[in-house]
Design a protein around this ligand. Structure first.
Ligand SMILES: Nc1ncnc2c1ncn2[C@@H]1O[C@@H]2COP(=O)(O)O[C@H]2[C@H]1O
Length: 729
């Protein structure tokens, strides 16, 4: 087992105990552990032994109920020892008369002390919020702690001293009193858990004072016995007198005497002897402390009760003083008094937010939900709402109480909040204050129209009606901002509210019918959005197509470049003159070389275009044409220059094959250094120029949108021709 022993399970301790009894071990995950499985597999032959083993493995969570109950149980043996040991020591007759009872109770208390030690060892503790359950670790920790020393001392077998001093000396058990911190722990725990902490505090104080008076009474009796019963007025009277002989009389007289001293209220007889004086001095000093602590504690309790009232309800005293200082009419003062009285009698807590503010948000929400959710979920608009909306809403509700006849809102006022009726009846009344249009009851709501900005509401943000409380009305108000906040996330609730408001406004004839227009507007916006979306889709498709075209034309270009390179290589093998002639013819446009012919076609532009394309181009204006022509012209010139270079190169190549090789090498070296001077690069230059041309025409296209498609189709036609020629070749 690791040191931490894993996280605490919040499962029921009793359930775990039961599982152990059944011979199963419940693991930290709440499932049967390995042992449990083994136990089930084997028949439960040695149950006693198993139980023993399991019990020793048990670890208690100090936050669980079992531990709390055990602490309460431990109050009895501790108080027993604190009360009875001194009683038996001082009142010997009481000690002897009930000796068997005391002896039995003594050893029961001792047994409980022992069990308490075992339970303390088996009680986990929190380390960084995790319950430590490692028994070995817990044992070590307990054995090293002061608690262990104290517990050990309280259980030392001092009873053996009876054999030395005899049974009339129960004082030998005085070490049992050192278990008092356990009593403190138990009482503190109870104080935290009790719903009435003030009552509990007073009770605890009274118990302590009772024990103190009891001790004092015992000591007084012992001192009287030492001095001699009835030797003076201060000591206990002569016990040989039947009047003072009984045990009860002895105890009660001493207790009364002691209580008189500690409460400093009674007339105690004056001491006569030094021992008596000393006793009285010590008692009076203690009495001062006792008295002070009684007064202090009771004062605290009263103050905390008043504080509680002040937090629960608005401070009536302050308001009263204010009203007096401003000479408010008696009638209004009476109404305010009645309102306060109603709050107090019916425990209507107005300042919930201030009270719960001290708690973390999640606990606050839980409390608010458990207190107000039943009311909220009855309100029609919130019935179908999600729980999260209601949770958000409950924290924003402010309780308000209205007295009979009081107006919650008046027609024409600016609306700042809406109301939900928690309890009570309210009337929608005409301006005369008598005519009632409607009566609103529990779980209804009102005041929403003026804060919802309903389209076509003639009254705008003004109240449309007077609302008067018939009896006392317990309402929740919800501010405009909070409502808007919440409704923005829950449109269904908003629609419901608006619908109800519209119905009322229609009945009152205060609604300008703009509903259809709004719907129309909404429709329009929707249509526009749809159109935009579909346009976007079309554009995206076109873009994709264009990209594909671009890619395919790139590929074709590459193919052409390769083709041209091959051609150039082939040209190198033809006779020079033929070649010269052919190139010249090509440049004149008469050549048989389809490729150059194609170049010319392209260069000359419109000459070979179809009639339709021509007409269109004319229609498109001169600019575009000029640009295209210019571009083409330039490319033609460049090509001519390039071809001439090529011819020269070829000629030199023909003169001497070795020289040609040399030349090629030189050229290739030059090639590396220069761009356009490269031999055989003429075609490349052409292509570059063609690309430039295409770029230019692209620019024109982009400038003159309409032309683009036509230009494209022309280019396509030409490319098709080109492809045809390439195939022929
Ligand atoms: N005829 C009616 N029946 C029920 N409630 C009404 C009626 N007329 C007005 N109300 C409510 O009274 C509220 C007054 O303030 P509002 O106008 O903000 O919102 C109004 C409605 O919620």
């Amino acid at each position: 087992m690791d040191k931490t022993g894993g996280a605490s399970i919040r499962g029921n301790q009793w359930q775990r105990l039961l599982s152990w009894k059944r011979g199963k071990k419940v693991t930290e995950d709440g499932e049967d552990g390995e042992n449990g499985v083994k136990d089930e597999a084997k028949p439960n032959t040695n149950l006693g032994q198993k139980l023993k083993v399991k019990w020793t493995e048990l670890v208690f969570d100090p936050a669980e109920k079992f531990y709390y109950v055990w602490l309460q149980v431990m109050i009895f043996p501790i108080i027993y020892n604190w009360v009875i040991i001194i009683l038996r020591t001082c009142f010997t007759t009481i000690a002897f008369n009930y000796l068997t009872v005391w002896m039995t109770l003594d050893y029961v208390a001792d047994l409980m002390y022992l069990v308490d030690m075992i339970i303390t060892v088996h009680t986990g503790y929190l380390d960084q919020g995790i319950l430590i359950k490692d028994l070995a670790h817990l044992k070590k920790r307990y054995l090293r702690s002061k608690h262990f020393q104290r517990d050990l001392v309280s259980l030392l077998p001092t009873d053996l001293l009876y054999f030395v001093f005899g049974l009339e000396t129960p004082m030998v058990r005085i070490n049992r009193l050192v278990r008092i911190p356990r009593l403190d722990e138990a009482l503190d725990r109870m104080e935290t858990r009790t719903s009435y902490p003030n009552t509990f505090r007073i009770t605890k104080l009274m118990i302590y004072i009772f024990v103190l008076i009891h001790w004092n009474a015992c000591l007084y009796f012992a001192l009287s016995s030492y001095i001699g019963f009835g030797s003076d007025r201060w000591v206990y009277p002569n016990i040989s007198k039947p009047e003072f002989a009984s045990m009860r009389r002895q105890y009660f007289y001493c207790f009364w005497f002691s209580a008189q001293i500690f409460t400093t209220v009674g007339d105690t007889p004056l001491p006569k002897r030094e021992e008596e004086y000393l006793f009285m001095i010590a008692d009076l000093l203690i009495a001062v402390l006792v008295f002070a602590s009684i007064v202090g504690n009771v004062g605290n309790v009263i103050t905390s009760l008043r504080d509680r009232d002040n937090v629960f309800f608005p401070n009536h005293e302050l308001v009263k003083a204010y009203l007096r200082s401003h000479h408010i009419s008696k009638e209004l003062r009476q109404r305010i008094d009645n309102w306060y009285q109603h709050l107090h009698i019916n425990k209507k807590i107005m300042r919930e937010k201030e009270i719960l503010e001290q708690l973390p948000l999640h606990l606050r929400t839980e409390i608010a939900v458990s207190v107000h959710l039943p009311t909220l979920s009855k309100v029609t608009i919130f019935q179908s709402c999600e729980k999260s909306l209601l949770e958000e809403l409950v924290l924003k509700l402010t309780p308000q109480v209205f007295s009979p006849g009081e107006y919650v809102c008046r027609k024409g006022d600016v609306g700042h909040e809406m109301y939900i009726i928690r309890e009570g009846k309210l009337a929608v009344v005409a301006d005369d204050g008598v005519t009632e249009y409607a009566v609103l009851t529990d779980s209804n709501f009102f005041g929403e129209i003026s804060i919802l900005n309903i389209k076509g509401n003639k009254s705008g943000n003004r109240r449309t009606a007077n609302i008067r409380s018939i009896g006392y009305s317990d309402l929740f108000s919800l501010s405009k901002e909070d409502l808007t906040d919440v409704l923005s996330e829950f449109p269904a609730a908003k629609r419901h509210l608006e619908e109800k408001g519209r119905q009322i406004l229609t009945k009152m004839g205060m609604l300008v019918d703009t509903g259809e227009e709004n719907e129309g507007e909404e429709d329009n916006v929707e249509t526009k959005i749809n159109t935009l979306e579909s346009n976007l889709e079309i554009l995206q498709t076109k873009l994709a197509r264009l990209m594909m075209e671009l890619e395919s034309s790139n590929r074709k270009m590459q193919a052409r470049v390769e083709q041209l390179e091959l051609e150039v290589a082939a040209l190198g093998n033809q006779p020079l003159e033929d070649e010269e002639e052919r190139i010249k013819r090509e440049l004149r446009g008469e050549g048989v070389g389809e490729e150059v012919g194609w170049e010319r076609e392209e260069a000359e532009g419109e000459e070979e275009e179809g009639l339709d394309a021509k007409v269109k181009k004319e229609e498109q204006g001169e600019d575009g044409n000029e640009l295209t022509k210019d571009g083409d012209g330039e490319s033609t010139k460049s090509r001519e220059g390039d071809v001439e270079k090529m011819v020269e190169v070829d000629k030199s190549g023909l003169k001497d094959p070795d020289d040609q090789e040399k030349k090629e090498k030189d050229d290739s070296e030059k090639n590396k250094d220069k761009g356009d001077d490269r031999p055989g690069k003429g075609d490349g230059a052409e292509i570059e120029l063609e690309e430039e041309k295409e770029e230019k025409s692209g620019e024109v296209d982009s400038e003159e949108g309409g032309e683009t498609a036509e230009g494209d189709s022309e280019n396509k036609d030409m490319k098709q021709k080109d492809e045809g020629q390439t195939k022929k070749e």
